[in-house]
Ligand binder design. Structure first.
Ligand SMILES: [Zn+2]
Length: 235
């Protein structure tokens, strides 16, 4: 029985919009997964495991589907991660989830850690053991269900509306954002308007000269960040 479908681009979008049929109770060992990738528009739908274990061709497809979309590089995806995700989706009654981020090369992860609030430097994403996903409904309830399973790491990003799930050590965290996230949005707007840039090493620089910010500008920035951190109750 092989009804796996790996659909690219616009066809993937069409597959996403197809009404979901009720699923039959899976045979022992058979596990299926239906995912859409928010960045590439691709979708994966079908079994990835049967009574004999992980299905090699499906695991290959999932390596492609969950690749680092910044550079196209792939890794073997941990099947325990997929099993955990399926359990969570089943408990939530979610037939399909949308993937925001899965595999990240060390380079991509370092870039994100420099520029994105809440990205860990030693992320499980670099080992094919983590996935950031969202659901259209009951996301917070789903996060609580996932934490109660104690099968890995669960990060909750309520402001960004996604759950980080990994097959690493059991741990939980929540990133509220609030004031700090607003400050980052303000900074991003400033950067977009051309006033500030970020150089290759992740330093804030003035766009005109490419030089690092002056001491007084850095001080003003630190004050802003301290205020936002206080507002967000960050340590
Ligand atoms: Zn993550």
């Amino acid at each position: 029985m092989n009804r796996r479908a790996f659909v690219l681009g616009a066809a993937g979008l069409a597959a996403t919009m197809r009404p979901t049929r009720a699923r039959a109770v899976p045979a022992p060992g058979l596990q299926r997964l239906a995912l859409t990738n928010a960045h590439t528009g691709e979708s994966f739908s079908g079994p990835y495991r049967d009574a004999k274990g992980p299905i090699a061709s499906a695991m290959d497809d999932l390596s492609v589907f969950l690749r680092d979309f910044h550079c196209g590089e792939m890794i073997v995806i941990d099947v325990a991660l997929l099993d955990f995700l399926v359990s969570v989706m089943e408990a939530a009654g979610a037939p399909r989830a949308t993937v925001l981020s899965a595999y990240r090369t060390p380079e991509t992860n370092a870039m994100l850690a420099r520029t994105t609030f809440g990205v860990a430097e030693h992320s499980q994403h670099m080992y094919g053991r983590a996935i950031d996903f969202t659901l259209p409904v009951r996301l917070e309830e789903t996060m609580l269900t996932a934490r109660a399973m104690k099968r890995g790491g669960i990060g909750w990003y309520p402001q960004s509306n996604f759950i980080h799930l990994d097959s690493g050590p059991v741990r939980n965290w929540t990133l509220e954002g609030h004031g700090f996230q607003k400050l980052l949005l303000d900074l991003q707007r400033l950067i977009a308007q051309g006033g500030l840039g970020i150089n290759g090493r992740g330093d804030l620089v003035t766009r005109k000269t490419g030089e690092k910010l002056s001491a007084s500008a850095r001080l003003a920035m630190h004050r802003l960040i301290a205020r936002a951190a206080a507002a967000a109750n960050l340590p």
